[in-house]
Design a binder for this molecule. Sequence first.
Ligand code: TXA
Ligand code: MG
Length: 339
Amino acid sequence: MVTSVLPITKENIERAKELVTAGEVVAIPTETVYGLGGSAFDDNAVKRIFEVKGRPNDNPLIAHVHADYDLSKIIDYDPPCAKLLRKKFLPGPLTLVYPSTGKVSPYVSCGLNTLAVRVPAHVGAQAFLKAVDIPVVAPSANLSRHVSPTSAAHVYDDFAGKIPLILDGGEAVGGIESTVLDVSGEIPMLLRPGLVTKEEIERALGYEIATMSEPKQGERVKSPGVLYKHYSPRCPTKLFKAEEKATALQACLTEKEKGVTVAVLAEEGARKYFEERGFAVLSLGSTPQEMAASLYARLREAEQSFQLLVAIEPNEQGGVMTGVMNRLRKACTSSDVAH
Ligand code: TXA
Ligand code: MG
């Protein structure tokens, strides 16, 4: 199969619409990462998404809709907190998990009675979703366990020959996947941290929300996706705390002596320290937003040109950094299960 990479134009949106309506899977841009989209109503399209990604079949998908889509078609109950959060943050990088009507394919939520719904802010994504006017399920457009894609080129690297079309909407400005918040229970529960932060959600609601704790082995969890090793570059990684720079340098020197090519992934402030000592630095930038936007591209650069990535955790914590640290730690986890 030839994989076309086409800019988002009216004509190409029509092409993508035809493909999705016919049950095909196409890649679409969003403001967080690129997604691998198919019709939420089509069992075979949903199954194909799992198959082409190599995704475990107990990890549910997010349904993407345009800003004017009638949610009552797919969700059973719309709690007041969700209305408030939609008004404040959507369209944007916040996914809400609702009780489902069960109208979408049963494969979408992998047997759960809830449905995750997201309204992306990306103008091209909105135009595409408006054109198709159905919920489009879209996991991040990377092979399962690989680093999420923030450009059409990243998607092409993972899926060339496997999908017919990648709509190119430029570089994803957000850079890490949406915040996932379960609003189907009594108290909203944060399932995945992202660019809409826990602090912002609590400020908007006026009360504290719950956060899903790291699951124990064998435990049934609300969001199976958090269990799996994710976001990993194909080269080995070693992760160090911000205050362990000297230990990290020692590790770099030891590996270099063995002939291993090493890159250091760190915030801009740490660049000089490592460059002066002869190591290539892949800089994450300085602000939490810059670090979120650049993380996945740097991880993909690392695997292409180096045999080992030594990552240093940035200093700042909380807010957007909670999401960045979550992804960085998962990228550098060597076991299959991230707990
Ligand atoms: O930013 C994003 O959310 C991107 C773009 C493409 O929109 N999509 C994305 O999808 O990150 P994916 O499939 O890589 O991650 C979906 C996450 C997983 O952690 C999954 O477990 C969780 O959402 N999820 C989906 N449906 C759920 C449900 N019904 N209940 C709980 N968690 C759910
Ligand atoms: Mg993903």
